[in-house]
Ligand binder design. Structure first.
Ligand SMILES: *Cc1c(COP(=O)(O)O)cnc(C)c1O
Length: 425
């Protein structure tokens, strides 16, 4: 989103026009921003066979998936339903990685039958996999290198108490299982959590992985997961991707030399590719002056964007309707009957009832975590592509809220039940 001649625009389109055309609340994604993130990541590496696996749990709209696919990005899936959506979007099966945790073995078998790349993060499951497939199906192994990193406790997944991956301290056990069950390990994977920030942390983790790789002679790839940090506040420090790419390219080339073969280097960004592309446009329903604060109440809430309440995440908020207005301080709150504050004590250009507020960084883990809480409809989604705003998901309707519900009392006459105590005398 850009401020041009005192007007906020996306690819030249006034944001207020988009809000008027598609109504609010509305998720709007800028395809140019997604493409530029893809290109920055790709161009930061040189001399290595890089593959980007988009972590689709961050934003799974089919049009977003197709945009990724067109830009030669592959897919990282964490559920069989994501795998099915990826196939529906047209990704070839061999470009889909399935990285589940705590799923039933049936789900793994379904993924095998669909032909996608399987990533296993549990020794017991690995043994079972070996028994069932007897070396006929290759797999990757998810390792937990116990590098503690990540923006907050809920998104740290590499620490010693984490449920993810097979502990690096259990690698000799893994090796025994792999040998005794004739398992064809074609990839080693790690993912240490979101918001890792420091390229040194990635390099440290990479070295742990390279060290492990020596024990697996059939590898085709090393997958270093994700955790790239993006700016939520203007002053936020972000992962320096060009620096990471440069250092990692050198380290990986060195590793391939000692391994004896060129492998592929995989990353699985979600947030990095889509977070900044997304904006949640809301309309101000009410202003409320209380002794403690001025509340701006908007037509959205934690049902549409739960990150502020769930992770204490900071999302920058802009008044797109009044870019020249004087700054005032607001608490921006939602319309859900539960505390659902989008931002406390925010300096924002003067807000008037009816103004459009944009909640920034709403590409990743935003729509994909939305719910129907309070029986609200989930918003529509719009993708701005080639200078045009396209509806990529319709706003929900009452039918969506009742779809799948079985109304048993359309057949059972409950109204005349004798157990109903009358209050009328
Ligand atoms: C969630 C997830 C990612 C993406 O993490 P981001 O912080 O969004 O980049 C990558 N890999 C796996 C296995 C994940 O579960």
């Amino acid at each position: 989103m850009e401020l041009n001649n005192s007007e906020y625009t996306i690819q030249g389109l006034p944001v207020e026009d988009i809000a008027n055309q598609f109504q609010t609340p509305l998720y709007v994604y800028d395809a140019d921003k997604i493409v530029s993130q893809i290109n920055t990541l790709r161009n930061s590496f040189s001399g290595v066979n890089l593959r980007i696996k988009y972590a689709m749990k961050s934003l799974s709209n089919l049009s977003i998936l197709k945009l990724m696919k067109a830009h030669k990005v592959d897919l990282d899936c964490v559920s069989i339903q994501e795998v099915l959506l990826g196939l529906k979007a047209g990704f070839p099966k061999e470009r889909i990685l399935f990285t589940p945790n705590s799923v039933s073995f049936d789900e793994i078998q379904e993924a095998v039958s669909l032909g996608v790349v399987i990533n296993i993060d549990n020794i017991a499951v690995l043994e079972h996999f070996g028994d069932v497939y007897e070396g006929t199906v290759p797999c990757a192994i998810r390792i937990n290198p116990h590098i503690t990193a990540g923006g907050n406790a809920k998104i740290q997944v590499g620490h010693i108490g984490s449920k993810f991956g097979i502990s690096i301290f259990q690698m000799s056990h893994v090796k025994k299982v792999v040998e005794s069950h004739n398992i064809n390990v074609v990839g080693l994977h790690m993912h240490s959590g979101s918001d890792i920030l420091d390229s040194e942390v990635f390099l440290m983790a990479a070295n742990v992985m390279f060290d492990c790789a020596k024990d697996f002679p059939n590898l085709q790839f090393i997958d270093l997961g994700s955790g790239f940090k993006v700016a939520y506040k203007e002053e936020d420090i972000v992962t320096n991707i060009p620096e990471l790419g440069k250092k990692m390219s050198a380290a990986f080339k060195e590793f391939c030399k000692s391994y004896g073969r060129d492998l592929e280097l995989w990353f699985e960004p979600g947030k990095y590719l889509v977070s900044e592309s997304g904006h949640l446009l809301t309309k101000v329903n009410v202003l409320k002056h209380s002794p403690a604060a001025v509340f701006a109440g908007v037509n959205s809430g934690l049902n549409h964007l739960i990150r502020p309440m769930m992770y204490d995440a900071y999302h920058h908020i802009i008044n797109v309707s009044n870019p020249q207005g004087p700054n005032r301080v607001y608490d921006v709150v939602g319309y859900i009957c539960e505390t659902d504050t989008f931002g406390y004590d925010r300096k924002i250009n003067e807000i008037r009832v009816g103004d459009i507020l944009s909640i920034q960084n709403a590409g990743a883990y935003s729509y994909s975590m939305a719910s129907n809480y309070n029986s609200r409809f989930r918003p529509a989604e719009v993708l701005v592509y080639n200078g045009e705003a396209h509806l990529i998901r319709e706003r929900e309707t009452l039918e969506d809220l009742t779809r799948g519900q079985v109304d048993i009392f359309s057949n059972i006459n409950i109204e005349s039940s004798e157990e109903i105590v009358s209050t009328e005398e």
